[in-house]
Design a binder for this molecule. Sequence first.
Ligand code: UGA
Length: 351
Amino acid sequence: MKVLILGVNGFIGSHLSENILKTTDWEVYGLDVESNKISDIVDNPRFNFVKGDVTVDKDKEWIEHNIKECDVVLPLVAIATPATYIKNPLKVFELDFETNLEIIKKAVKYKTRVVFPSTSEVYGMCTDEAFDEDKSNFILGPTNKQRWIYSCCKQLLDRVMWAYGFEKDFKFTIFRPYNWIGPKLDDIYTTKEGGSRVLTQFIGNVLKNEPMKLVNGGHQKRCFLYIDDGIKCLTKIIGDKSGVTNGMIFNIGNPKNNVTIRELASRVRKIFYKHPIIKSTNLIKKIDIEDVSEKIFYGEGYQDVSFRVPSIKKARDVLGWEPLIGLDAALRKTIDYYLADNKFSRKVVNK
Ligand code: UGA
């Protein structure tokens, strides 16, 4: 099987490629503007990497050719950080919606199957105890809260694919990640405040000797899923030969790892305090946790989701998938990765 991954150097793309090369005999065709996260696999003969940009005409020709040649395409390029939804909502619309729509239309043209990353954000402020892919309503705020533009872009793409499936027999499967975490999530050294997702924001804060900031007191809850669990599920979807997943939507999250952001900060702090590298180097003496209002942290265009728990019944029943990694293990593995990262370990060596 030939798998085309656009955004192959991203958090999901890089882990997925590694797993495909390790556990299957498939070939990966990947495009990205960067290659720092795929250095371990870039020389693998079954990995065909091209440096390129999904928005540039020259690279669009390569993309079209490979959509035609491959069995399945995963369009993973998207802005996925809430601070950007608020600062640059048009950039989110252009990249997440317009560019991906072009890719989907090409897949329709060449009858290539698409496995598409939707998002848990589509459910917005849904009040269901557990969000169901086929029953839960989507509840978004007003237009002047531009945080919802990401949710809206993804929702419309989901609906467009659904419509192509309904009217033109287009083959697709949609997956909705719920706060996936792990190594390579965001670059903690280049990111600005609010510029990365919460866990990497916190790890970055600690490593830069800044306080972790709890937006609106940190009472809001999220279910965090370790990347390896998510990738196992995604690989099963891609490898579906029977066509059973065609036209289906899957939540991929871990309902058991459901904590407030305040609890997350306190667990992160505990792991750092107990960590052998931190204990032996004395590089981080005190980790503070502060409250901050959403207006100060994100600005007027922000509105939050208070809780979101996935129903993973469908992934269990159809794919036989179950998330296995608990929150503390997931946090520990992620923190280990960022502590081993060059920029921090250089500090340790110099000490
Ligand atoms: C995220 C992003 O929209 C996407 O990456 C993704 O599609 C989706 O959720 C997902 O992974 O399921 P959200 O969970 O709100 O949305 O994003 P985070 O930036 O990780 O924030 C989580 C919570 O922590 C929010 O309530 C936020 O206000 C809070 N937060 C964030 C803090 O309290 N402090 C921080 O420093 C950063």
